[in-house]
Design a protein around this ligand. Structure first.
Ligand code: MLT
Length: 434
């Protein structure tokens, strides 16, 4: 922890002059325009907030501290013979701006294992929940039940120095990232395996252990797809619903448990994280409706045209902020091609990739017709026997804990104030825009 803290502090020191310059000398400079459309349509593409951990280029995809996801996958330390850049190494990168060494990642893993035990109050709450409560709701409840452990909450009440608050956010972030693994695995085993739990294996890495505790497959391939999934979904700059909600709630100095639980609630929305389960459902339903018909590009083109003509949506295509195929899709697709090229759902997804974007483009209404990460992530999990679609967004949340809580650390490092944009009425907009 000391090394992690020192590295964050060193970067903070390096960045302080920039922050001061921006505030004191350039505070009134214009960096964008606020249009009526921005106010009405979700503030899309309006540069209104700061997020240090990652930034998205519409034509390149997200970069974690300047590294594309492809670079992250190549450069981040690996576990044993695995070829996947580790998500906990991505966590270090998001927090510090540096690619960690193997030794630093090993030490971080040991630290996370040390912190992973769940209090009895949390396990008994989770075990008491009815199985028909959606796993995302259970996760949110579990995170809230962990909140009394918050160091930030305690230290703030004791009157800690404002300049030290980020250290307590880091404390909570490490605890939360450590505990979300057994918490999420417990929810999975309660809902789908009658509460038969699998103990943590502390000889494994953070995500390998998560795969192990889920217990659907002992394959190294399942551990690897879990590592890849958790590395790819960790952060997507600050404006997506889960990151922005976590940031907004954190800006009121609510502790990381309260803040991230709020982000998780947003992630549970079908237009955000829940989309991955919707996409898999769509792929499966499409496959079933095709019956014995081979899904060729021609067949899927006609299928997509008919779907749109019937006023239905094709999930998994398009992204509010990307103008290319989501690199997270491409990296997962390369993994699938190498590891399970014959999987029938993957084969169907590949044909969809060829057939659907041209159909969407032809409507003239779609700016971004390319597949996003959700179009394939469920399919990958399904291949390894994780077929419980209702659980998919929880895996997303485990990953997003890395980005959202790193972001909270940096918001406190920078001492960002409470977020409080101005809202206006339609009458005001009519008058102003005339
Ligand atoms: C995400 O990963 O958060 C999603 O792609 C949504 C977004 O970026 O808005």
């Amino acid at each position: 922890v000391t090394e992690l803290q020192d590295t964050i502090q060193a970067l903070a020191k390096k960045k302080t002059p920039d922050f001061v310059k921006l505030r004191k000398e350039r505070g009134q400079n214009v960096i964008g325009q606020v249009t009526v459309e921005a106010a009405l349509l979700g503030m899309k593409a309006t540069p209104l907030m700061v997020c240090e951990t990652s930034m998205l280029d519409p034509k390149v995809g997200v970069k974690y501290r300047g590294y594309t996801l492809k670079e992250c996958n190549e450069k981040l330390p690996k576990w044993g013979s695995s070829k996947i850049g580790l998500p906990e190494a991505a966590y270090w990168l998001l927090l510090t701006g540096e690619i960690p060494t193997d030794a630093q990642v090993k030490a971080l893993n040991a630290e996370l294992h040390k912190r992973e035990a769940l209090p009895e109050s949390v396990t008994s709450l989770i075990d008491s929940l009815s199985k028909d409560i959606h796993p995302m709701t259970q996760l949110s409840m579990g995170l809230l039940a962990l909140q009394p452990n918050s160091s930030f909450y305690k230290k703030y009440r004791e009157g800690a120095n404002k300049a030290d608050l980020w250290k307590f956010v880091l404390e909570d972030s490490l605890d939360l990232v450590a505990k979300i693994v057994p918490l999420s695995a417990r929810i999975f085993r309660n809902v789908f395996f009658d509460g038969k739990h699998i103990p943590s294996d502390t000889s494994l890495d953070w995500s390998g252990n998560y795969a192990h505790m889920l217990g659907v497959n002992n394959d190294d391939g399942f551990k690897d797809i879990t590592r890849l999934y958790l590395m790819l979904h960790a952060d997507h700059e600050g404006g997506n619903v889960s990151a922005h909600t976590t940031h907004l709630v954190g800006s009121a100095l609510a502790d990381p448990y309260l803040s991230f639980a709020s982000g998780v609630n947003g992630l549970a929305g079908p237009l955000h994280g829940l989309a991955n389960q919707e996409c898999l459902k769509w792929l499966k339903a499409t496959k079933a409706s095709l019956g014995d018909t081979e899904p060729t590009v021609e067949v899927m083109t006609k299928f997509a045209q008919d779907t749109l003509a019937a006023g239905k949506v094709i999930p998994g295509f398009g992204h509010g902020a990307l103008r290319i195929t989501d690199p997270r899709y491409t990296i997962q697709s390369e993994f699938a091609q190498e590891n399970f090229p014959e999987d029938p759902l993957y084969k169907l997804a590949k044909v969809c990739f060829q057939a659907i974007p041209p159909v969407l483009l032809a409507t003239g209404k779609v700016k971004s017709p390319w597949p996003n990460v959700d179009a394939l992530s469920g399919c990958c999990m399904q291949n390894y026997g994780l077929t419980q679609e209702d659980y998919y967004t929880v895996i997303f949340a485990v990953s997003r804990a890395l980005g959202c809580t790193s972001n909270l650390v940096w918001s406190r490092v920078m001492g960002l104030p409470i977020e409080r944009p101005k809202s206006v009425t339609l009458d005001w907009l009519l008058e102003k825009s005339a």
